[in-house]
Design a protein around this ligand. Structure first.
Ligand code: NAP
Ligand code: G3H
Length: 484
């Protein structure tokens, strides 16, 4: 790790290519989830500043959209290069701000640079189409439609705390390469990392006004941003409650929402149990389960449950617990409130008869990895998203029961199916109401060019590089009426 680069300085917001203090005179303290001290401050911007940022974005967007794809690409490549160059200092900020292990934080930055580069290349291979009128009955050959994609205008990018750089750039990069401008509102706990990412962009010399960083509590400025008439599209990642409220408030504009999940690991009787145990534990507990795609419940066939439980218990015992500075897998949760919530789910399950196999130990916001067996569908932990290190095991007697419990959820992000029978895997996959099914692997978003989809309470629309480019553009048809 590099020497400390983080200061408890007051950070500025970024508007029209300049770093500024807010006229509000107010700042928000950012407290590290494991150092338990203030590591920086961000500006609480005013509504007037939001108005100005959106105005600047519209002005910049007009010129940006006129630039060739090659010119836009040059800027974005520079941004990716700057991120790679700054990877150590950004990783340290991520680690201190959201408590992610240093190596994972560094990988997040490198993954982001790769994401930006792939986005540029994908955009360069997206072509429109043309069609002749006489393909439709009674249509005329003299009509030729040219279908192209055009930018939407100003995209509002709102990101969550858990991938403060990657899930921000995953919105900003496709928006920009497609010719849009961006208003970027990071999670407040995540805004220091978001600011670092913007520093990389500033160094890359992107045109002023094109991306503006707005910091402030979502509860204070969120609705104002979302309802703003100057916003032409919203790309949001965060909790289901926040996303659902946002969808009700937004104007009639395109929305992409990536929300929470309750991904099951379905283990059939014929599964490779060693593989399943390793994948499930890594899927459930990495970054203390603070991933939308974490495996959040196990649905195991009763005939192999005892054996799987033994393997899962052995794997849990291997997890390191402690500080992200030591590369621990289990780290303090983002705040005390989140830890209280997770502890509540654990306590409720135990009180209702779940068998505790590991964990149920807590030091402030550090929750030890907790494994619960004989969880039933009456327990809250069977249905609620903990966003923390607790894994409930529900024993089932058939594939149908596993499918029903999966589909009984309000969420529909991903599911894993562990089986040696590929036909059964597909048969189950076809019946699951989720965006993606992983066969014999843990639930996860990447690689980042795969479509990433949440259904039901897990979202609306799709991410993944090509999908994001499509959602941040619209089709425009120009029809040539040729003389016969
Ligand atoms: P969150 O509390 O919903 O916050 C997400 C973002 O929304 C933050 O930037 C937040 O700002 C902002 N926000 C809050 N109120 C708002 C409002 N009224 N209008 C507009 N924006 C508002 O979620 P989180 O705690 O950061 O992240 C955890 C959740 O995100 C989990 O449920 C997880 O499953 C989900 N998630 C889903 C995906 C996915 O791709 N499916 C990926 C990552 C996370 P403030 O921070 O200032 O409140
Ligand atoms: O938290 C939600 C992220 O989209 C999960 O990404 O599966 O790569 O950890 P990941």
């Amino acid at each position: 790790m590099t020497s400390s680069v983080l200061t408890s300085r007051t950070n500025q917001f970024y508007i029209n290519g300049e770093w500024r203090d807010s006229d509000s005179g107010e700042t928000i303290d950012i407290t590290s989830p494991y150092l338990h001290e203030v590591i920086g401050k961000v500006q609480a911007v005013t509504r007037d500043e939001v108005d100005n940022a959106i105005q600047f974005a519209h002005e910049a967007q007009k010129e940006w959209a006129e630039k060739s794809l090659q010119e836009r690409s040059t800027y974005l490549y520079k941004w990716a290069d700057e991120l790679v160059r700054m990877q150590d200092e950004i990783a340290e900020t991520i680690m201190k701000e959201v408590g992610k292990g240093y190596e994972d934080a560094r990988k997040e930055v490198v993954r982001t640079a790769d994401f930006i580069r792939y986005t540029i290349e994908e955009a360069q291979h997206m072509n429109g189409e043309s069609m002749r009128g006489d393909r439709f009955p009674g249509g005329s050959k003299s009509k030729l439609a040219i279908v192209d994609r055009v930018p939407l205008g100003v995209v509002l990018a709102i990101s969550p705390f858990n991938y403060p750089v990657n899930l921000s750039a995953a919105k900003i990069a496709p928006a920009l390469i497609a010719g849009n401008a961006v208003i970027f509102k990071p999670a407040t706990q995540g805004a220091l990392s978001g600011t670092k990412m913007m520093e990389a962009m500033h160094r890359a010399g992107l045109p002023k006004g094109l991306v503006n960083l707005i910091t402030g509590r979502g509860s204070v400025i969120g609705d104002y941003l979302v309802e703003h008439k100057g916003i032409n599209m919203i790309s949001f990642t965060g909790g289901t409650k926040t996303g659902t409220n946002l969808a009700k408030k937004a104007n009639m504009i395109p929305l992409v929402l990536e929300l929470g999940g309750k991904d099951p690991g379905i283990v059939r009787e014929d599964a490779d149990l060693h593989l399943a145990a390793i994948q499930i534990i890594s899927g459930a507990f990495s970054y203390s389960g603070q991933r939308c795609t974490a495996i959040k419940r196990v649905l195991v066939h009763e005939n192999v449950a005892d054996e799987l439980v033994k393997l899962l218990t052995e794997e849990v015992a291997k997890l390191s617990v402690g500080s992200p500075e030591n590369g621990s897998t289990i780290v303090p949760l983002i705040d005390d409130k989140s830890a209280d919530f997770v502890q509540g789910l654990i306590t409720d399950a135990i009180e209702q008869g779940a068998h505790l196999l590991a964990g149920n130990q807590r030091e402030q916001n550090l929750i030890y990895p907790t494994l619960l067996d004989h969880v039933t569908t009456d327990m809250k932990v069977a249905w609620e998203e903990p966003f923390g290190p607790v894994l409930p095991i529900i024993r089932v007697s058939s594939d149908e029961e596993a499918i029903n419990i999966t589909n009984g959820s309000d969420y529909g992000l991903q599911a894993s199916v562990f089986t040696k029978d590929i036909n059964k895997a597909f048969a189950i996959s076809n019946k699951l109401e989720v965006g993606s099914v992983q066969i014999n692997g843990r639930t996860e978003r990447g690689p980042d060019h795969f479509p990433f989809i949440g259904v039901k309470g897990s979202g609306m629309g799709a991410q993944g590089i090509k999908k994001s480019l499509e959602s941040m553009t619209r089709e425009k048809v120009t029809i040539l009426n040729l003389s016969e």
